[in-house]
Design a protein. Structure first.
Length: 380
């Protein structure tokens, strides 16, 4: 395969993936700290289309155009490489292939982009050789300019393309399916990392059912479904929803400081945080919104309740498709209530959980009226 066609294929897949997933390229530019002149909102929105345009230009038969588009591809992939090298270790995703690129940038991301850059350099070389041999004209097959060495060149390009495909797959996060993504975990209620003695293992759920799970076992209660192990960011570290819920039941909320109806929920977050007992609150927000200035009309979302949601994959996997919405995640990795939408229903949902937790809380000891002497403190 000609390197020009290989690079065009990569750009075609990248641009198409961004458009299909509704990837917020402006947020990606912000995460990767793209220089301000190149991060204009209009350019960010047009970027997937520019990738598709460059892909189309790379396969055109005009020999005089090939060195130009080849140089553009080299510049683009060199810029990509610089950005991912600079962002490595920051715990952010590159968004190169839409939702599939929600995993944090790693050394394999850097290697993948090095391979992309090598292919782009080979495409530039093809364009220069093609123009030199054929002159300004038409030539559908760039490799005819290489004569007897065409097969060796094609083999090199094919190997590099296969390596890049492997690395893209290695770096990809599968699309979350709310029913199937949990797999066998949902049947056992155990997290796959919850193995005794395993370094870094997530603690297994407690042996007995929690109050939330006891209520949810009611056959007349809400349908319980597995939820996907989508990536979120807590305290600057990536974690999965399964690991998050395994440490205790969680109410996942989708709120926005720019959403008027969310203000009623945001205003009571501190109240519910203090009254839900062991049930924790987490507000899933697209990564670029987590540091947004609070709106005066809606109030602030406490920073310690925010879980960054790269590309919004976790919210979509949980069925949180609008603002405001909420769903209760049990420690057995099944939903224990919801999702519910609308400010009134979300508040009623939180109040119901609060009432359940209050009913299950142990009663405080009542002092004996027979004596005014305080009970001595007993130390373990």
């Amino acid at each position: 395969m000609p390197a020009l066609w290989a690079v065009a294929l990569i750009l075609l897949l990248s641009g198409t993936a961004k458009l299909r997933s509704g990837e917020d390229v402006e947020a990606t530019f912000t995460r990767l700290k793209v220089p301000r002149p190149l991060a204009a909102p209009a350019l960010a929105r047009a970027f997937p289309w520019l990738e598709l345009l460059l892909a189309a230009a790379l396969v055109l038969p005009f020999t005089v155009l090939r060195p130009v588009v080849g140089l553009a591809a080299v510049a683009l992939f060199a810029a990509f490489l610089v950005l991912v090298v600079r962002a490595k270790g920051d715990g952010v995703s590159c968004g190169c292939f839409g939702e599939a690129s929600a995993a944090p940038i790693s050394r394999w991301t850097v290697v993948r982009n090095v391979v992309f850059l090598v292919l782009a350099v080979l495409a530039l070389a093809e364009g220069i050789v093609s123009l030199a041999v054929h002159g300004a004209g038409l030539a559908w097959q760039p490799l005819t300019a290489f004569g007897s060495g065409a097969w060796a060149w094609a083999l090199l390009v094919a190997v590099l393309l296969a390596v890049s495909a492997f690395l893209v797959g290695r770096e990809s996060v599968p699309a979350a399916d709310p029913v199937l993504a949990a797999g066998p975990v949902a049947a056992t209620g155990a997290h796959p990392d919850a193995v005794a003695g395993t370094p870094g293992a997530v603690p297994a759920p407690p042996a007995g059912p929690t109050a939330v799970e006891t209520v949810a076992e009611d056959p007349d209660g809400p349908e319980r479904l597995p939820f996907p192990d989508a990536l979120v960011i807590e305290d600057g570290r990536y974690t999965g929803l399964h690991a998050l819920a395994s440490r205790g039941a969680v109410v996942a909320l989708r709120l926005s400081t720019g959403c008027g109806s969310c203000s009623q929920v945001i205003a009571r977050l501190d109240e519910f945080r203090a009254s839900l007992g062991p049930v924790r609150l987490r507000v899933l927000m697209p990564q670029h919104e987590a540091g947004a200035a609070p709106s005066a009309s809606t109030g602030a979302i406490p920073a310690d309740l925010v879980a960054d949601d790269p590309n919004g994959a976790a919210a979509r996997g949980l069925g949180l498709t609008s603002y405001p919405m909420a769903v209760l995640l049990g420690t057995d990795l099944l939903t224990a209530g919801g999702p519910v939408g609308g400010a009134d229903d979300v508040l009623a949902f939180l109040e119901e959980i609060r009432d359940i937790m209050a009913a299950e809380a142990p009663a405080a000891p009542v002092p004996s009226p027979a004596s005014d002497t305080p009970t001595p403190e007993v130390r373990a």
